[in-house]
Design a protein around this ligand. Structure first.
Ligand SMILES: Nc1ncnc2c1ncn2[C@@H]1O[C@H](COP(=O)(O)OP(=O)(O)O)[C@@H](O)[C@H]1O
Ligand SMILES: [Mg+2]
Length: 638
């Protein structure tokens, strides 16, 4: 059979079954590949369907389960369970490419999807899926017959499971993983669930997918090429898990932020304009949500209760380029809305490389961050959620967003879970300095080690070791820069606010040596802090040991008390008295033996005793005896 015919007829599901059946045998592929597969069939029992074939499962209108627990289907069902839920599917359409009997389409509809389209090129499976849907009643389910290469209508969520090897060089001939992923991305509005099939997979081994249409293959079929293509055509992606050692599932997203359309906030615009939508926290039985809309030149943020208007109250006090300007705000019953100037900027994680490409640029960024913090402090505002996700970079300057959890003395608020642990006390105004230090740490990533010591001062674990004075931090950063080999005096003078030519007229090295002294001190502080931290760890471990010992002692004391109180203790008292006396007598015998040995027999010992008595009296004799007793005691111990 020629490859053209094979391309026309082969389907992913049937092909994989064929692989399983053929093993290494050279069975020919017929014009209808499904004839080699386990026959697809469905049986109905009341409101339930039992489906057999490539996908074997039991289905009712509200439940679905693979019948063979050892199958790939069961494994994928398990792996995808966290993604088949309203968080990812509510208000969304699904395109199930190579849908087979429709397992994932039915499952998605049961898990909150608005509509499911099963795209299947094998007629027998398409009919089967239609029959199931009609019998059980899935009104939002449609079957489309065709090949993915001819399909161009996008859906919110796209499934491309067990087919990448087919569309690379068999059923569609893209011949390049980048082109395959590009095609899948063009069909995906929100999330793509795709299965990677390694060249070492038994199915590829027996069917030889990669040997077909070799002349049309332009790009390598490798995991690296696949992941690179995902990184290129999607805003982010993650591995979901391994189906087998040669098959793994990925989730790739077109949007940088999660867009969870479930939840209580009503949609104010078509969902395509939503930038971000998520659950934030639960407090006093109320779920807090936030949703951000792109309104062209403005951004609108809708949030539970007064969250959005709180944000407006804080932002109206701040009037600089470090913060977005408020255009409007209002309360609408159970939610509020703020309209903001749209910041045309870059997300911090993407701008990071550029900020850190020179010590001067990094320092300029540091200076802006400190000025931003100063402005917050001057207005008595604590942001409480400074992190890369809430910072955009515009003209190389940070712009801080998201004042939902901000507080001030006049406007306290509850602390949602997850916000309280970013160092220090939850309502401590120094916490913003700490969080900004963490941001700087993330941007620097040790690119310029001379700044690490200052950043460490901002992010010290113990609040009493943390430097939170913004003026001091500015001087320390300037000194670190001046002492560095790369930034040198130019950077220091810029930070100090003077021009290069002015600095050249100054007495030459005074600033440099001053800076290097501060830098040395900083390093010493850093070393001391490390030592302190080690000591604290040791102290904690000793304290743990002491409390453990104390506990053990208390247990022994309790046992002793119980023993003393017992009748048998009182009954054995005479025996203990006798044992004590026996020990005393045996000590005296040893003492006598020792004395006669050292003093040359009984007469020698008697003579020596008299001499001691004569010279030192009774006290002298007593102390000699005590010393000898000690020696004997020690010998006994040995
Ligand atoms: N004023 C704005 N200009 C541009 N983009 C914004 C603006 N406000 C928010 N965004 C975008 O929306 C995302 C989420 O906004 P944020 O206020 O952090 O909401 P939340 O964290 O509650 O989802 C930001 O990371 C940013 O990409
Ligand atoms: Mg945010």
């Amino acid at each position: 059979m020629d490859s053209e015919r094979r391309n026309q007829h082969a389907t992913k599901g049937a092909g994989d079954m064929l692989d399983a059946q053929r093993g290494s045998a050279e069975a020919p592929l017929g014009s209808a590949p499904s004839e080699y597969a386990r026959p697809a069939k469905v049986e109905f029992f009341g409101g339930a369907a039992h489906v057999d074939g490539y996908q074997a499962f039991d289905l009712t209108v509200s439940s679905i389960a693979p019948t063979d627990r050892e199958s790939d289907l069961a494994r994928k069902h398990l792996l995808l369970a966290s993604l088949f839920c309203p968080r990812y599917l509510a208000h969304r359409t699904l395109l199930d490419i190579g849908a087979n009997a429709g397992f994932y389409s039915f499952w998605a509809l049961q898990s909150g999807a608005e509509r499911a389209i099963a795209l299947e090129m094998d007629d027998s499976y398409a009919e089967l899926a239609e029959e199931i849907s009609a019998a059980l009643g899935f009104p939002n389910f449609t079957v489309e017959r065709g090949n993915v290469s001819q399909w161009s209508t996008p859906a919110d969520v796209v499934l491309a499971l067990a087919l990448i090897h087919w569309i690379y060089s068999c059923t569609a001939v893209y011949g390049d993983l980048d082109a395959v992923v590009d095609k899948l991305a063009s069909l995906t509005k929100y999330m793509l669930l795709v299965e990677w099939i390694d060249p070492a997979d038994p199915a590829i081994g027996s069917f030889g997918h990669l040997d077909w249409n070799k002349e049309k293959q332009r790009g390598a079929y490798t995991l690296a090429a696949f992941e690179q293509a995902l990184g290129c055509h999607f805003a982010r992606y993650q591995m979901v898990g391994e189906v087998t050692s040669s098959r793994r599932l990925y989730a790739a997203f077109r949007t940088p932020h999660d867009i969870d359309l479930s939840g209580p906030l009503p949609l104010l615009t078509p969902k395509e304009l939503v930038i971000s939508s998520r659950y934030l926290a639960r407090y006093n039985g109320v779920e807090y949500w936030s949703r951000v809309y792109d309104g062209g030149e403005a951004i609108s943020k809708q949030a539970t209760l007064d969250l959005a208007v709180r944000e407006a109250r804080f932002l109206r006090q701040l009037d600089s380029s470090y913060f977005p300007h408020v255009l409007d705000s209002r309360v609408e019953g159970a939610w509020s809305l703020i309209t903001l100037e749209k910041i045309h900027g870059t997300a911090l994680p993407h701008a990071r490389q550029r900020i850190a490409d020179s010590p001067e640029r990094f320092l300029a960024f540091v200076k802006h961050c400190l000025s931003l913090l100063r402005e917050l402090r001057e207005h008595g505002i604590v942001h409480r959620d400074i992190q890369p996700g809430n910072i955009l970079i515009r003209d190389n300057k940070p712009v801080l967003l998201d004042f939902g959890w901000a507080i001030s003395e006049e406007q306290p608020y509850f602390t949602p879970q997850g916000l309280e642990c970013s160092g220090g006390k939850s309502d401590d105004s120094d916490r913003d300095v700490y969080s900004m230090g963490k941001v700087l740490e993330e941007v620097n990533q040790h690119t310029y080690p001379e700044f690490d010591a200052v950043i460490e001062l901002m992010t010290a674990r113990e609040p009493y070791l943390r430097e939170a004075d913004l003026g001091t931090l500015e001087v320390l950063f300037a000194s670190a820069a001046a002492s560095s080999t790369c930034g040198g005096r130019v950077v220091a003078t810029r930070l100090a606010g003077t021009t290069h030519s002015e600095s050249q007229e100054r007495p030459s090295d005074s600033l440099g040596s001053y800076a290097s002294a501060i830098h040395k001190l900083l390093q010493q502080i850093s070393e001391l802090k490390r030592r302190l931290s080690r000591l604290r760890d040791e102290q904690e471990s000793l304290a743990r040991q002491a409390s453990h010992d104390e506990e053990a002692l208390r247990t022994i004391e309790a046992q002793l008390a119980a023993m003393r109180a017992s009748g048998s203790w009182r009954l054995t008292a005479p025996c203990r008295w006798i044992a004590c006396r026996v020990r005393q007598v045996s000590d005296s015998v040893r003492l006598l033996q020792s004395a006669t040995r050292t003093e040359g027999g009984y007469f020698g010992a008697a003579g020596r005793t008299l001499r001691v008595l004569w010279r030192e009296g009774v006290p002298g004799l007593r102390s000699r005896l005590a010393r000898m007793r000690d020696t004997v005691g020690r010998q006994r111990m040995r």
